[in-house]
Design a protein around this ligand. Structure first.
Ligand SMILES: CC(=O)SCCNC(=O)CCNC(=O)[C@H](O)C(C)(C)COP(=O)(O)OP(=O)(O)OC[C@H]1O[C@@H](n2cnc3c(N)ncnc32)[C@H](O)[C@@H]1OP(=O)(O)O
Ligand SMILES: CC(C)C(=O)C(=O)O
Length: 585
């Protein structure tokens, strides 16, 4: 045999790489004494959901008022306290929706809504007008500060870019003072658009100029939101930018430093998390990562990432399927099966070694929970392959293990245990697994829990269950009668069987019912030896059904039989008949 000693060289792809530049070459940042890599996240940031604004503006079909309201109610119910509800100057529909929330009692007292506007006086006025009567409302104003926007879109130099932000802020303040009464607690948020592409010292200069107008101070916060409007670099670069801003901004204690990551490179969550470590106070995002292009950062993943580390996200994800359903209805887009925490398949394993580890993990956890007095929440979650307990997000355990050709005995056994309460002995698991494997090889695809039960019942319980199956087998047990089974006495058993269609009555004497049963069969020329035996109740209470598993030697074959019956004794007799029938099948 030759062993591999080198990998065939990769080749240039031929793609036009010369068109692109490394981000750090365009926008270098020097922060050699950065502190964020050593920071730990120990509590939830402030969250802002922009599902109704950034999420909505990216939809093929933006939400109508009814869907917007459903989304708003969901966000409130989940616990979001800051919700961006739209861009009221965009259209009459958007304006009307914002106004509909101004109805008394619709927005809870502890929820602050915000609305986005460009830095244009007419749009600002219309935007502020939409907030009249709201209990707590923030105007969020943005203008583009990044070089490509200054050069290409606005044809503005740095001074006029800064002046646009300053004039816009003045307009917000003046118009809010004019139209908003004392019933509204009013706030202001500013975003330098494509912050990540903007020279850091210029982003700082614009933010400072805006603050000079707003005058943040005690009881007068400003939200400075630093968007990765388009994600352009590795998340550590964003973290450096945020730490630099956090260190250099004046009036820092009166600033809510907010992040607004997008996901163009697929690292929006990482960028948000490193940004929090770098000093950010607040995160803007959307449920399941809705939003422009690849989406805004995903608030579900961020919140659940905290939860999985033992940190309260302060958002309720305990019915994640409901959250997903509402989001899917409102956005008319589906959440991917592999989406972290909420996808259909994220708590499911198909492969044998994963299933085996999960099954053992659950057994181990059951023991630990019992030892801790039965309280699940008192025992630290430490299960192979499952970062969180599916039950904590409202999932059941049934979908955890699904069987196909990649599955092994652990998965098959887990599924029968989870759906039929059968606790198969290890060697029976091995035997059944090869039978199931034959079926999955032939049929391809997944074997559902129902199909698995059918395969199991057909193999081991031919006379016992399922209308859908044709009974088969040489023997069927008609009746048994135990004549004597007292203390220290031998058991005498009379049994009636149908053997290849012929009814026979046999009698046996043994040192227990099973021994007597085996002897009775032997008297009829049917030789069987019981090698191993296990049984358990299928349910609790007086009417409990028993499952019995016997490993038998029939002729030269060692094989298992299974019996299920309200009587433990009958279930063991049926199990022996099951093994014999399998031997003759
Ligand atoms: C990164 C983000 O997600 S920002 C949010 C983006 N969301 C949206 O745009 C959704 C809602 N938008 C809309 O409905 C419309 O764009 C409106 C109603 C706001 C404005 O519509 P219009 O007046 O037709 O302008 P249009 O959409 O073409 O915007 C471009 C103009 O606005 C200017 N502009 C763009 N952004 C800003 C800003 N933040 N501040 C000031 N002016 C701006 C542009 O320079 C351009 O000006 P020009 O016409 O003099 O060249
Ligand atoms: C308005 C700003 C915050 C925005 O949506 C973005 O930059 O992505």
């Amino acid at each position: 045999m030759k062993t591999q000693h080198h990998i065939t060289a990769q080749r240039p792809s031929g793609m036009p790489t010369a068109k692109y530049r490394a981000f750090e070459d365009v926008n270098p940042i020097s922060l050699p004494d950065r502190t964020w890599p050593d920071a730990r996240i120990t509590r939830a940031p402030r969250w802002l959901s922009t599902d109704l604004r950034d999420g909505n503006q990216a939809l093929v079909e933006p939400m109508d008022a009814e869907r917007k309201r459903r989304m708003f109610d969901l966000l409130v119910a989940m616990g979001y306290k800051e919700i961006e509800i739209g861009f009221p100057a965009a259209s009459q529909t958007d304006f009307d929706f914002v106004r509909s929330l101004a109805e008394p009692g619709v927005i809870p007292e502890d929820v602050t809504v915000s609305v986005l506007t460009q830095a244009r006086p007419d749009l600002i006025q219309r935007t502020v007008d939409s907030l009249v009567g709201m209990p707590r409302a923030t105007v969020h104003m943005y203008n583009a500060t990044a070089p490509v926007f200054r050069d290409v879109v606005f044809r503005n130099d740095k001074d006029s870019t800064r002046e646009l932000a300053v004039a816009g802020t003045r307009e917000v303040v003046a118009h809010a003072e004019k139209v908003l009464g004392d019933e509204t607690i009013f706030g202001f948020q500013y975003s330098p658009e494509i912050f990540v592409d903007t020279e850091l010292d210029f982003a700082l200069e614009v933010c400072e100029a805006v603050m000079d107008v707003w005058q943040p101070g005690p009881g007068r916060e400003i939200v400075l939101n630093l968007p990765a409007t388009v994600e352009r670099a590795t998340p550590n670069v964003y973290a450096d930018q945020i730490e630099w801003m956090s260190r250099n901004l004046s009036r820092r204690e009166h600033i809510a430093l907010s992040l607004h990551p997008h996901n163009d490179r697929g690292t929006g969550v990482a960028a948000a998390e490193l940004g929090i470590m770098a000093g950010a106070d607040r995160i803007e995002g959307c449920l399941f990562g809705q939003g422009e292009r690849t989406g805004n950062v995903d608030l579900v993943t961020l919140g659940m990432n905290l939860f999985s580390q033992g940190i309260d996200p302060q958002i309720d994800f305990s019915d994640i399927d409901r959250v997903r359903r509402v989001v899917e209805q409102c956005t008319q887009m589906s959440v991917h099966e592999r989406h972290p925490y909420g996808g259909d398949l994220v708590f499911t394993s198909f492969s044998g070694s994963h299933q085996d580890a999960i099954k053992k993990g659950f057994a181990d956890r059951d023991r630990k929970v019992a030892a801790a007095g039965g309280e699940d929440r008192d025992v630290v979650w430490d299960l192979p392959y499952l970062p969180v307990d599916p039950k904590d997000v409202g999932r059941n355990y049934e979908a955890i293990v699904r069987v196909n050709s990649q599955s092994g005995k652990g998965g098959v056994a887990y599924l029968l245990s989870a759906t039929r309460s059968l606790d198969l002995p290890r060697r029976l698991q091995i035997e059944l697994s090869s039978i199931v494997q034959r079926h999955s090889d032939t049929a391809g695809g997944e074997i559902s829990a129902e199909r698995l039960w059918e395969i199991f019942a057909d193999e081991y319980l031919p006379y016992n269950t399922l209308d859908s199956l044709r009974p088969w087998g040489r023997l069927s047990l008609e009746a048994t009668s135990l004549v004597s089974a007292g203390q220290g006495q031998e058991s005498v058993l009379e049994l009636t069987i149908v053997d290849n269609g012929v009814q026979r009555t046999l009698t046996g004497t043994g040192n227990g019912p099973i021994d007597a049963f085996v002897k009775a069969l032997a008297s009829g020329g049917i030789e069987v030896e019981v090698l191993d035996y296990a049984e358990h109740a299928l349910s609790t209470g007086g009417d409990a059904t028993a499952a019995c598993y016997v490993e038998c030697l029939v002729g030269e074959q060692v094989l298992w039989g299974v019996g299920i019956d309200p009587s433990t004794m009958s279930s063991s007799f049926k199990a022996i008949i099951s093994a014999i029938n399998r031997a003759f099948r």
